[in-house]
Design a binder for this molecule. Sequence first.
Ligand SMILES: [Zn+2]
Length: 317
Amino acid sequence: MTQEQYQAIMTEYRLQREKNAEEEARRKEEVRARDPELGWLMTERHQMVLDFCRRAANGQEKGSPVDMMADYNARIRERLLRDGFPADYLEPVYRCAKCRDTGLMGDTVRRECDCFKARAAQLEDRVSTWRESFEAFDEDLFPDTPLEGQSITQRQLMKRVRQVCEDYADAFPSQSPPDLLLSGSSGLGKSYLLSCIARRLRERGHTAELVSSYDAVRLMRDAYFGREDGTDRLFSSELLLLDDLGMEPMMENITLEQLFNLINSRRSRGLPMVISTNLTMNEIKKRYSERISSRLLDVACCRLVMLSGQDVRLLRR
Ligand SMILES: [Zn+2]
Protein backbone atom coordinates (compact mmCIF):
# COMPACT_ATOMS: atom_id res chain seq x y z
CA MET A 1 0.00 0.00 0.00
CA THR A 2 1.28 3.46 -0.80
CA GLN A 3 1.50 6.30 1.65
CA GLU A 4 -1.30 8.08 -0.20
CA GLN A 5 -3.58 5.06 0.18
CA TYR A 6 -2.77 4.77 3.85
CA GLN A 7 -3.53 8.45 4.31
CA ALA A 8 -6.70 8.15 2.25
CA ILE A 9 -7.95 5.36 4.53
CA MET A 10 -7.06 7.32 7.65
CA THR A 11 -8.98 10.29 6.26
CA GLU A 12 -11.98 8.05 5.63
CA TYR A 13 -11.88 7.00 9.28
CA ARG A 14 -11.64 10.58 10.47
CA LEU A 15 -14.63 11.58 8.33
CA GLN A 16 -16.54 8.56 9.61
CA ARG A 17 -15.85 9.58 13.22
CA GLU A 18 -17.09 13.09 12.46
CA LYS A 19 -20.23 11.61 10.93
CA ASN A 20 -20.68 9.43 14.02
CA ALA A 21 -20.46 12.46 16.30
CA GLU A 22 -23.02 14.30 14.17
CA GLU A 23 -25.35 11.32 14.32
CA GLU A 24 -24.98 11.07 18.11
CA ALA A 25 -25.81 14.77 18.47
CA ARG A 26 -28.78 14.41 16.13
CA ARG A 27 -30.17 11.50 18.14
CA LYS A 28 -29.89 13.40 21.41
CA GLU A 29 -31.81 16.30 19.91
CA GLU A 30 -34.43 13.96 18.53
CA VAL A 31 -34.88 12.24 21.89
CA ARG A 32 -35.07 15.55 23.79
CA ALA A 33 -37.64 16.88 21.32
CA ARG A 34 -39.87 13.84 21.62
CA ASP A 35 -39.58 13.42 25.40
CA PRO A 36 -38.46 16.50 27.37
CA GLU A 37 -38.50 14.56 30.63
CA LEU A 38 -36.05 12.06 29.18
CA GLY A 39 -34.03 15.08 28.14
CA TRP A 40 -33.94 16.18 31.78
CA LEU A 41 -32.78 12.74 32.82
CA MET A 42 -29.88 12.97 30.35
CA THR A 43 -28.94 16.41 31.61
CA GLU A 44 -29.07 15.23 35.24
CA ARG A 45 -26.85 12.25 34.45
CA HIS A 46 -24.37 14.54 32.74
CA GLN A 47 -24.44 16.95 35.70
CA MET A 48 -23.99 14.07 38.12
CA VAL A 49 -20.80 12.98 36.34
CA LEU A 50 -19.46 16.54 36.27
CA ASP A 51 -20.18 17.01 40.00
CA PHE A 52 -18.53 13.74 40.78
CA CYS A 53 -15.41 14.66 38.82
CA ARG A 54 -15.23 18.04 40.56
CA ARG A 55 -15.53 16.45 44.00
CA ALA A 56 -12.99 13.76 43.10
CA ALA A 57 -10.54 16.43 41.91
CA ASN A 58 -10.93 18.18 45.28
CA GLY A 59 -10.34 14.94 47.13
CA GLN A 60 -13.89 14.99 48.55
CA GLU A 61 -14.94 11.85 46.75
CA LYS A 62 -13.68 8.39 47.51
CA GLY A 63 -16.46 6.29 45.99
CA SER A 64 -17.29 5.46 42.41
CA PRO A 65 -20.09 6.89 40.30
CA VAL A 66 -20.75 3.48 38.76
CA ASP A 67 -23.87 2.64 40.78
CA MET A 68 -25.42 6.04 40.20
CA MET A 69 -24.55 5.82 36.50
CA ALA A 70 -26.08 2.37 36.26
CA ASP A 71 -29.24 3.66 37.88
CA TYR A 72 -29.51 6.57 35.44
CA ASN A 73 -28.65 4.39 32.47
CA ALA A 74 -31.34 1.87 33.38
CA ARG A 75 -33.97 4.61 33.73
CA ILE A 76 -32.93 6.17 30.42
CA ARG A 77 -33.02 2.85 28.57
CA GLU A 78 -36.42 2.07 29.98
CA ARG A 79 -37.76 5.42 28.91
CA LEU A 80 -36.22 5.13 25.43
CA LEU A 81 -38.05 1.83 24.92
CA ARG A 82 -41.31 3.32 26.21
CA ASP A 83 -40.90 6.20 23.73
CA GLY A 84 -40.39 3.76 20.87
CA PHE A 85 -36.59 4.14 20.49
CA PRO A 86 -34.11 1.25 20.57
CA ALA A 87 -32.64 0.85 24.08
CA ASP A 88 -29.12 1.62 22.82
CA TYR A 89 -30.21 4.66 20.81
CA LEU A 90 -27.99 7.02 22.83
CA GLU A 91 -24.91 4.79 22.92
CA PRO A 92 -21.84 5.83 20.90
CA VAL A 93 -22.30 5.23 17.16
CA TYR A 94 -19.66 3.20 15.29
CA ARG A 95 -19.45 1.58 11.89
CA CYS A 96 -16.92 -0.87 13.35
CA ALA A 97 -17.26 -1.53 17.08
CA LYS A 98 -13.92 -3.36 17.24
CA CYS A 99 -11.77 -0.33 16.45
CA ARG A 100 -14.36 2.41 17.06
CA ASP A 101 -13.66 3.63 13.54
CA THR A 102 -10.01 4.35 14.16
CA GLY A 103 -8.74 1.46 12.01
CA LEU A 104 -6.45 0.41 14.85
CA MET A 105 -6.93 -1.90 17.81
CA GLY A 106 -5.04 -2.34 21.07
CA ASP A 107 -3.77 0.26 23.51
CA THR A 108 -0.02 -0.18 23.76
CA VAL A 109 0.65 -2.35 20.73
CA ARG A 110 -1.56 -0.99 17.98
CA ARG A 111 -2.44 -3.28 15.14
CA GLU A 112 -4.59 -2.82 12.11
CA CYS A 113 -8.25 -3.74 12.50
CA ASP A 114 -9.89 -6.21 10.11
CA CYS A 115 -11.95 -3.41 8.62
CA PHE A 116 -8.70 -1.58 7.84
CA LYS A 117 -7.20 -4.64 6.18
CA ALA A 118 -10.32 -5.13 4.08
CA ARG A 119 -10.27 -1.53 2.90
CA ALA A 120 -6.52 -1.72 2.16
CA ALA A 121 -7.03 -4.87 0.09
CA GLN A 122 -9.76 -3.10 -1.84
CA LEU A 123 -7.43 -0.22 -2.69
CA GLU A 124 -4.59 -2.63 -3.47
CA ASP A 125 -6.82 -4.25 -6.07
CA ARG A 126 -7.25 -0.92 -7.70
CA VAL A 127 -3.47 -0.46 -7.78
CA SER A 128 -2.95 -3.64 -9.74
CA THR A 129 -5.02 -2.05 -12.49
CA TRP A 130 -2.67 0.93 -12.66
CA ARG A 131 -1.62 1.43 -16.21
CA GLU A 132 1.91 2.62 -15.34
CA SER A 133 4.36 -0.21 -15.98
CA PHE A 134 7.62 -0.79 -17.83
CA GLU A 135 5.64 -2.98 -20.22
CA ALA A 136 3.27 -0.13 -21.02
CA PHE A 137 6.01 2.48 -21.21
CA ASP A 138 5.75 3.95 -24.69
CA GLU A 139 8.96 5.60 -25.79
CA ASP A 140 7.35 6.57 -29.10
CA LEU A 141 5.64 9.33 -27.13
CA PHE A 142 8.97 11.12 -27.03
CA PRO A 143 10.11 13.10 -30.07
CA ASP A 144 12.85 11.49 -32.12
CA THR A 145 14.61 14.79 -32.61
CA PRO A 146 18.14 15.55 -31.34
CA LEU A 147 18.36 17.13 -27.93
CA GLU A 148 19.90 20.56 -27.81
CA GLY A 149 23.66 20.25 -27.65
CA GLN A 150 23.59 16.45 -27.56
CA SER A 151 24.13 13.78 -30.15
CA ILE A 152 21.11 11.68 -29.17
CA THR A 153 17.38 12.23 -29.55
CA GLN A 154 14.92 12.59 -26.68
CA ARG A 155 13.48 9.20 -27.58
CA GLN A 156 16.88 7.52 -27.42
CA LEU A 157 17.59 9.18 -24.08
CA MET A 158 14.28 7.99 -22.65
CA LYS A 159 14.97 4.49 -23.85
CA ARG A 160 18.22 4.53 -21.89
CA VAL A 161 16.63 6.06 -18.79
CA ARG A 162 13.84 3.53 -18.89
CA GLN A 163 16.48 0.77 -19.02
CA VAL A 164 18.35 2.26 -16.06
CA CYS A 165 15.12 2.28 -14.06
CA GLU A 166 14.09 -1.22 -15.05
CA ASP A 167 17.57 -2.60 -14.27
CA TYR A 168 17.40 -0.84 -10.93
CA ALA A 169 14.03 -2.43 -10.09
CA ASP A 170 15.14 -5.88 -11.26
CA ALA A 171 18.42 -5.79 -9.32
CA PHE A 172 16.80 -4.54 -6.12
CA PRO A 173 17.95 -4.83 -3.33
CA SER A 174 21.51 -5.40 -4.62
CA GLN A 175 21.57 -2.53 -7.11
CA SER A 176 24.62 -0.34 -6.99
CA PRO A 177 24.68 2.46 -6.08
CA PRO A 178 21.65 2.01 -3.80
CA ASP A 179 19.84 5.25 -4.63
CA LEU A 180 18.59 6.78 -7.83
CA LEU A 181 17.82 10.42 -8.55
CA LEU A 182 15.96 11.50 -11.68
CA SER A 183 16.34 15.17 -12.46
CA GLY A 184 14.66 17.12 -15.24
CA SER A 185 11.83 19.54 -15.90
CA SER A 186 8.12 18.63 -15.77
CA GLY A 187 6.50 16.33 -18.27
CA LEU A 188 9.52 14.20 -19.10
CA GLY A 189 8.08 11.05 -17.55
CA LYS A 190 9.81 11.04 -14.16
CA SER A 191 6.69 10.28 -12.09
CA TYR A 192 5.69 7.62 -14.58
CA LEU A 193 9.07 5.91 -14.20
CA LEU A 194 8.78 6.03 -10.40
CA SER A 195 5.41 4.28 -10.65
CA CYS A 196 6.96 1.64 -12.91
CA ILE A 197 9.75 0.96 -10.41
CA ALA A 198 7.29 0.78 -7.49
CA ARG A 199 5.09 -1.61 -9.40
CA ARG A 200 7.94 -3.90 -10.45
CA LEU A 201 9.21 -4.06 -6.88
CA ARG A 202 5.79 -4.96 -5.54
CA GLU A 203 5.43 -7.60 -8.22
CA ARG A 204 8.73 -8.99 -6.96
CA GLY A 205 7.38 -9.07 -3.39
CA HIS A 206 9.14 -6.01 -1.98
CA THR A 207 7.56 -3.11 -0.14
CA ALA A 208 7.80 0.10 -2.11
CA GLU A 209 6.22 3.36 -1.01
CA LEU A 210 5.60 5.96 -3.66
CA VAL A 211 4.79 9.34 -2.18
CA SER A 212 5.08 12.91 -3.33
CA SER A 213 7.61 14.99 -1.47
CA TYR A 214 4.74 17.33 -0.65
CA ASP A 215 2.77 14.57 1.08
CA ALA A 216 5.84 13.17 2.82
CA VAL A 217 6.60 16.53 4.38
CA ARG A 218 2.96 17.02 5.33
CA LEU A 219 2.91 13.60 7.02
CA MET A 220 6.06 14.32 8.98
CA ARG A 221 4.74 17.72 9.98
CA ASP A 222 1.47 16.20 11.18
CA ALA A 223 3.40 13.67 13.23
CA TYR A 224 5.65 16.43 14.59
CA PHE A 225 2.65 18.41 15.79
CA GLY A 226 1.14 15.34 17.39
CA ARG A 227 -1.62 14.78 14.88
CA GLU A 228 -1.98 11.40 13.20
CA ASP A 229 1.36 9.67 12.74
CA GLY A 230 1.41 8.08 9.30
CA THR A 231 5.17 8.30 8.81
CA ASP A 232 5.98 4.68 9.56
CA ARG A 233 5.89 3.67 5.91
CA LEU A 234 8.23 6.48 4.91
CA PHE A 235 10.85 5.19 7.29
CA SER A 236 10.41 1.45 7.08
CA SER A 237 9.45 0.44 3.52
CA GLU A 238 12.22 -1.38 1.67
CA LEU A 239 12.21 1.29 -1.00
CA LEU A 240 10.92 4.82 -0.70
CA LEU A 241 10.14 6.63 -3.94
CA LEU A 242 9.95 10.34 -3.30
CA ASP A 243 8.28 12.11 -6.19
CA ASP A 244 8.79 15.76 -7.04
CA LEU A 245 11.37 16.78 -4.47
CA GLY A 246 11.34 20.58 -4.32
CA MET A 247 7.56 20.93 -4.44
CA GLU A 248 7.16 20.50 -0.69
CA PRO A 249 6.37 23.59 1.41
CA MET A 250 9.35 24.84 3.40
CA MET A 251 8.56 25.54 7.04
CA GLU A 252 11.51 27.25 8.67
CA ASN A 253 13.94 24.68 9.96
CA ILE A 254 11.36 21.98 10.53
CA THR A 255 11.11 20.80 6.94
CA LEU A 256 14.87 20.62 6.46
CA GLU A 257 15.32 18.84 9.78
CA GLN A 258 12.63 16.29 8.95
CA LEU A 259 13.91 15.66 5.44
CA PHE A 260 17.40 15.19 6.80
CA ASN A 261 16.08 12.79 9.43
CA LEU A 262 14.25 10.75 6.84
CA ILE A 263 17.18 10.52 4.44
CA ASN A 264 19.69 9.89 7.20
CA SER A 265 17.57 7.32 8.98
CA ARG A 266 16.98 5.36 5.78
CA ARG A 267 20.57 5.51 4.67
CA SER A 268 21.93 4.44 8.05
CA ARG A 269 19.70 1.37 7.90
CA GLY A 270 20.61 0.57 4.32
CA LEU A 271 17.15 1.37 2.96
CA PRO A 272 17.40 2.90 -0.53
CA MET A 273 15.47 5.78 -2.06
CA VAL A 274 14.47 6.80 -5.54
CA ILE A 275 13.90 10.52 -5.94
CA SER A 276 12.54 12.60 -8.77
CA THR A 277 12.95 16.34 -8.94
CA ASN A 278 12.47 19.30 -11.24
CA LEU A 279 15.45 20.92 -9.57
CA THR A 280 18.92 20.97 -11.07
CA MET A 281 21.91 19.94 -8.97
CA ASN A 282 22.69 23.59 -8.24
CA GLU A 283 19.10 24.30 -7.25
CA ILE A 284 19.17 21.31 -4.88
CA LYS A 285 22.29 22.70 -3.23
CA LYS A 286 20.66 26.09 -2.91
CA ARG A 287 17.31 24.91 -1.56
CA TYR A 288 18.56 22.33 0.93
CA SER A 289 21.22 22.57 3.54
CA GLU A 290 24.71 21.26 2.83
CA ARG A 291 24.16 18.12 4.88
CA ILE A 292 21.06 17.19 2.87
CA SER A 293 22.35 18.03 -0.59
CA SER A 294 25.70 16.37 0.02
CA ARG A 295 23.87 13.19 0.96
CA LEU A 296 21.48 13.39 -1.98
CA LEU A 297 24.18 14.11 -4.53
CA ASP A 298 26.82 11.73 -3.22
CA VAL A 299 27.66 9.64 -6.30
CA ALA A 300 28.90 6.80 -4.12
CA CYS A 301 25.34 6.34 -2.85
CA CYS A 302 23.23 7.74 -5.63
CA ARG A 303 23.07 7.41 -9.39
CA LEU A 304 22.15 10.74 -10.92
CA VAL A 305 20.11 10.60 -14.11
CA MET A 306 19.41 13.75 -16.10
CA LEU A 307 16.38 13.97 -18.32
CA SER A 308 15.91 16.66 -20.88
CA GLY A 309 13.75 17.53 -23.82
CA GLN A 310 10.21 18.65 -24.43
CA ASP A 311 7.22 18.22 -22.13
CA VAL A 312 5.45 15.23 -23.69
CA ARG A 313 2.19 15.98 -21.90
CA LEU A 314 2.02 19.21 -23.86
CA LEU A 315 3.01 17.52 -27.13
CA ARG A 316 0.17 15.04 -26.86
CA ARG A 317 -2.53 17.69 -26.68
ZN1 LIG B 1 -12.46 -1.78 12.62
